[in-house]
Design a protein around this ligand. Sequence first.
Ligand code: XMP
Length: 625
Amino acid sequence: MTEKVAILDCGGQYTKVIDRKVRELGVYTDIFPLGVDPDKIKDHNAIILSGGPSSVWSDGAPKYDKRIFSLGKPMLGICYGMQLINECFGGVVKPGVKTEYGQILIDIDNTCPVFDGLSDKEHVLMSHGDAVAKVADGFKVVASTEGVVAGIWNGEKKIIGVQFHPEVEPTVNGMKIFENFLRKVCALKEVYALEDRIETSVKMIRERVGENGKVVVLVSGGVDSAVTAALLAKALRPDQVYGIHIDHGMMRKNESDLICANLAKLGLVNMQRINAEDEFFNTPLTIDGVEYQPLCQTCEPEKKRAIIGHMFFVVTEEAAKKLNLDFDTAFLAQGTLRPDLIESGNPDVSGYANKIKTHHNDVGIIRTLRDKGHVIETNWDWHKDEVRQVARMLGLDEEIASRQPFPGPGLGVRMICTDYIGTFEDTDKVNKLDEVVSGYPYDSDIAPIRSVGVQGDNRSYRSMAILYNNVKGKDALDCDFENLYSLAKLIPNKLDYINRVTYCTNKNEMQGATFCTPMHINHENAELLRELDAIVTKHLMNKKTAQCFAVLLPISCDEGKHFSVAMRAVCTSDFMTARSAMPGVDFPIEELKAATKEIMDNFGDKISLVLYDVTGKPPATVEWE
Ligand code: XMP
């Protein structure tokens, strides 16, 4: 690639979105850690510095080589990136000047080429505690909010810094800012086309596998691995490709049948379906010298993810052995996407990004095999929407191309496991929640379980608040959702021990504290969740909801019932940020009522609470674990 941009990762979770936006504009990108050797980026045409969770003045700030600022390249610094630029060129950054989080209207100097075509006031996403206290010499302020610096520009050096995040959706004209930077400041053209990348991928497969090599491809049923299988089928002879679908007992209803039928259509002749529920649920493991209990006794999310990821490989290796293949000679192919690796904190694509979740296709054993050169990742360079386009270009069924994402660990991360018996015991925290909720027409409680979130670029594992409509004589779903959603935003901002808020759809008024009983992954629980998930998907999935599913919870407020269920439906295009789909706006309220009724009609003997997750990402994540 002759024209390319280096993205230096300062640890921000949005780095992959920057990557995505630049590529969407047809410019090739490489991501490096901020501390990259300047020699490695001397042939890149421009540098983008991402945001990050640190403060430039703190001891924990990521290290870097100052020479990156003397390479004479055009630069775009975002949030932390801007603060770093300002400091390196002699300015000052301080805490407490102004803290801004959320969408804000800022003043813009649209004579700056990077802001060309924008109006003089723009909506942008701000998320910072530090701010510029003195602007570096040679830079002028080109954006501001109430006197606080939101953008600096040095026309001679072609360096722009923005305090806000042009890469995410709340910055309405963010794409225009990237376009101006790439075309008007860096003079880069649109040359990085998807068609060429398919050809490059096919060429790469042929070169690596050779005339006689064999490849085992793990097909999960989602669009990613289907594209990998299709690319392998295009690049190699049928006898070189072995497809394996592992049913780990945590697939959705009828999913494995659907997948296997579709794979046959792809022309995969050597195709195996392996039912491995028992092995996944009941095998104790040693991973990297650490002993793990079997999955059916494990509660911690990261441990569950590690076990499932590892078991995928163990089962695949056994299957390969039966085919007389081993991974010293054969290759393992998987549909890993670029964002999976960035989010797993993979050192090859991301220097510092705080690990939010271990993706199943980037566990230790796969990294070792990758280092040996035996993993083929045809989609390694692509984002989700690009893979969907590739799927259509390769002629895959639309049912597969537009399929909603399903995590590799499947329903395993949607069964919230626990050994705890009891209620949430910290009354002080419950009282504080009551204070925040007072004045709103809701009762509130804190559930004695935790779920994963992403807050301030870091992983969090915190409590969940439940809200109940407390207006007498009204149906639970007869509520003002705008008002509910603004409260759902307020709670995690005010109370740092809560990262998720749900709304009870089957009970009006709270009827006793939420009680927790032990729950683990097993066949019965997976079966129950499969049914619940099918109901939720049937009612809530539509063109506006990008993903939608059920989560099985070990909580109840009714004697004799052990479970509750949470319904999750989100709207997002990149899955890095997401908002909870709003009833009445993103799908009809009647559908939520119908889903609640169907759940209670069919499973009312087991299910106590039916909850709807009203939290965005951040502060929660899309999945609960
Ligand atoms: P989170 O929960 O991190 O999810 O907000 C963002 C998107 O990624 C999917 N996801 C996964 N996909 N393997 C996958 O292939 C995984 O381990 C995994 N974990 C989360 C999630 O379903 C959502 O679409």
